[in-house]
Design a protein around this ligand. Structure first.
Ligand code: DGL
Length: 273
């Protein structure tokens, strides 16, 4: 099937998932939308996250996507089930894949989860992990300073190391913890700093790899994978500044991210025009 895969996030974080999709599915074309202007979603009320996510989905559905990846944990926590029922295309979130990846790795069954306030409050990770096994110790922690840090593009500086270290101190108190889920797609951009604080005994899990694997399985099961030969071309949209988006994207992606289009998806703005 020739149609693209849609990928949404509140900003640049979903690029960590897009990168894995490009690596594992090199013939598939992506349309990425980051709602940078309204990022972060993490501290927002559930209702607002739902409305913003549905506006992103409407934008991508008009582009005839064949599958949707909600590359945002906060949006996954609040909208996955609804979108899976509502849309006629497969919808994949990042929480179950992240939980599965952690379960494959943990030996002590003591798992940490860090994420936005919204994701942590929703308890979506503990639910997903306990669905797989009830014999777990799960420690969750909101790290509200991480997303603004990543979106500012300043995440390789010393100040960033200090913020990461301060935020993760409560996690260091849990003895025997051997696995830490990065329950926000922005956090892999801070993986080096997070690893430095958590130490070598703790394995860091980002859900991108497992999510891309799930996309691949679902596409072959539903016979919607692209079967010809081509050099995939991807499209990138942001509601915020394309310049900052491009800078962050090109530091992170193996694919040259260019010609990023700035779009308006805020229904209230459109209605008032
Ligand atoms: N990258 C997103 C997530 O995985 C959103 C972070 C935010 O906007 O607060 O939760």
């Amino acid at each position: 099937m020739d149609q693209p895969i849609g990928v949404i996030d509140s900003g640049v974080g979903g690029l960590t998932v897009a990168r894995e999709l490009m690596r594992q599915l090199p013939k598939e074309q992506l349309i990425y939308l980051g709602d940078t202007v309204r990022c972060p979603y993490g501290p927002r009320p559930e209702k607002e996250v739902i409305r913003y996510t549905l506006e992103m989905v409407d934008f991508l559905m008009e582009k005839q996507i064949k599958l949707l990846v909600i590359a945002c944990n906060t949006a996954t926590a609040f909208t996955l089930e609804f979108l899976q029922e509502k849309l006629s295309i497969p919808v994949i979130g990042v929480i179950q894949p992240g939980a599965r990846a952690a379960m494959k790795i943990t030996k002590t069954k003591k798992i940490g989860v860090i994420g936005t306030e919204g994701t942590i409050k929703s308890k979506a990770y503990p639910h997903a992990l306990e669905y797989i096994s009830s014999k777990l110790d799960i420690y969750d922690l909101a790290c509200p300073k991480f997303v603004p840090l990543v979106e500012s593009g300043q995440f390789s500086r010393e100040a960033a190391e200090q913020i990461v270290s301060d935020s993760l101190q409560p996690m260091l108190k849990h003895h025997g913890l051997d696995t830490l889920i990065l329950g926000c797609t922005h956090y892999p951009l801070l993986a080096d700093q997070i690893k430095a604080v958590m130490g070598q005994r703790v394995q860091i899990i980002s859900s991108g790899e497992e999510t891309a694997r799930e996309v691949s399985v679902i596409m072959s099961y539903q016979h919607i994978a692209y079967e010809g030969e081509r050099l995939a071309k991807h499209q990138f949209y942001t509601t915020g500044s394309p310049i900052l988006f491009e800078q962050i994207a090109n530091r992170w992606m193996d694919y040259p991210v260019q010609f990023i289009e700035q779009v308006t998806i805020d229904q209230t703005l459109i209605d008032n025009e």
